[in-house]
Ligand binder design. Structure first.
Ligand code: ATP
Ligand code: MG
Length: 430
């Protein structure tokens, strides 16, 4: 029997709840506000019905269950952002959630969560986390993150008030402990607790703050903004995999250019990819390219097309590679490959760039070199490879602001088209 299953947890949650509501009773602090969907001008149909069913099923089994997080924030924003990802939080323990949904799986070490398949989607169901700041000095982060609690404790572990709204599906109301509804109305990104302590506890929250600032156009306290700038190097202590995940999210939500600008404004680009700092790269020199690249990425998002991580990282790290490559006395396949290898090795120091992704970035950069220098046409098979097309797209975006490359791009375009025509006429002959 695990420590979470013994009645101690139950007793602690009851005691916490008792103290919490006693404080509310004696007006020491405010209690939660409950809003009906009507008050918030929302409709139960705004929530994905199949995901709401997951919460309802947990409630039917006697557990508390809520839809929580970004989906409610996005619905309340009412600026056309359609929530794509719904998170559920419950009082059921991971093993108990698993028992309710036969095809579900428990995953994660840092945070144990349950993946419940719903049609083609997978819903993340988490157990309420416990409020355990006093355990920080004697237990590891991993242990603390897997101590379970109740809604009154869970709310204080969330990052921003706008992300701490709980939608109760059965009673069709939203529970707000931290003034999130009002903050959304006032377009305010408010940290739950003090900025310094919360960012120190988990520096990824600073990157998340930049993501929400870019996504929502919210404002943040100037002292918190200062803190985000000042403490940016804390991010270098975070797990590389988490940074890769958060960075990918940052650019894959339809606000890639705004997110990029936030990274630059807060000096995060050089913090995450130190080549920018070491080589003293001036972003202004690549501004036009970045504008085109990130607008292209946002267009893909609007069209529901998948964002290729290799395209994103090949563009994001392009100035570092370009600066190194321009220092070469002679660009040969061998010398360019060596530069690519060194850049990728160095730039994966703080953000994970897994082997396969590195291989794809290498191909895209090599292709830039070939498209610039090669005289003879590529084989027709090569033209049709998806990776070639991604590389060619990057080349065209670079060519938009460079006359020499623009001529090359036109030349390749005509060869590209004739290869496609040959391919099609070949198909009709068969
Ligand atoms: P998105 O719309 O991009 O999914 P989100 O706010 O739902 O935004 P998620 O990463 O899906 O972001 O996280 C779900 C919820 O979990 C958040 O809304 C927040 O309440 C909580 N959360 C996630 N990461 C953290 C963190 N590092 N610290 C505190 N709370 C977090
Ligand atoms: Mg989410």
């Amino acid at each position: 029997m695990s420590i979470q299953e013994i009645p101690l947890r139950f007793l602690w949650n009851m005691a916490y709840r008792g103290v919490f509501y006693l404080g509310v009773y004696v007006n020491a602090w405010e209690g939660p506000k409950t809003y009906s969907l009507k008050q918030l001008k929302l409709n139960p149909k705004d929530f994905n019905a199949r995901i709401a069913d997951v919460a309802l099923k947990l409630q039917k089994h006697g557990y508390d269950a809520y839809i929580v997080g970004g989906s409610i924030r996005d619905l309340l924003l009412r600026d056309g952002v359609v929530p794509k990802d719904f998170d559920i939080v419950t009082s059921a323990l991971p093993q108990q959630i698993k028992k309710c949904f036969s095809r579900s799986r428990i995953i994660g070490k840092r945070f144990r969560i349950v993946h419940v398949p719903v049609g083609r989607e997978v819903v993340e169901v988490c157990t309420f986390r416990g409020a355990t700041p006093w355990l920080s000095w004697c237990f590891s982060d991993r242990y603390r993150n897997n101590i379970y609690g109740s809604i009154e404790q869970d709310v204080w572990r969330r990052d921003f008030s706008c992300n701490a709204l709980y939608y109760d599906v059965k009673n069709a109301n939203v529970v707000d402990f931290t003034g999130g509804v009002q903050d959304i109305k006032n377009k305010k990104l408010a940290v739950i607790g003090t900025c310094k302590a919360r960012f120190k506890d988990d520096p990824v929250r600073m990157l998340r703050a930049l993501r929400f600032l870019a996504k929502t156009n919210f404002r943040m306290d100037s002292s918190c903004q200062e803190e985000i700038k000042r403490q940016r190097r804390w991010l270098r202590q975070v797990s590389k995999d988490r940074l890769l995940l958060e960075l990918t999210k940052l650019f894959n939500q339809g606000h890639a250019y705004a997110s990029f600008k936030a990274l630059v404004d807060y000096d995060y680009l050089g913090t995450l990819f130190s080549g920018y700092e070491r080589l003293g790269i001036k972003i202004e020199n690549y501004q036009q390219l970045f504008k085109s690249v990130f607008h292209a990425i946002d267009l893909k998002y609007q069209r529901n097309q998948r964002l290729s991580s290799s395209f994103l990282f090949a563009a994001l790290l392009w100035p570092i590679f370009d600066t190194h490559a321009n220092k070469l006395n002679k660009k040969t396949t061998y010398s360019v490959k060596k530069v690519i290898y060194r850049v990728l090795k160095f730039e994966s120091r703080y953000v994970a760039i897994p082997g396969k992704l590195q291989e794809a970035i290498r191909d895209l950069w090599m292709l830039q070199f070939l498209l610039e220098t090669k005289e003879k046409p590529f084989s027709e098979d090569r033209y049709r490879q998806p990776r070639f097309q991604v590389g060619y797209e990057l080349f065209c975006l670079r060519a938009k602001h460079n006359e020499v490359l623009a001529e090359k791009a036109i030349m390749w375009q005509s060869q590209f088209e004739s290869a496609n025509t040959n391919h099609l006429s070949g198909q009709t002959d068969e």
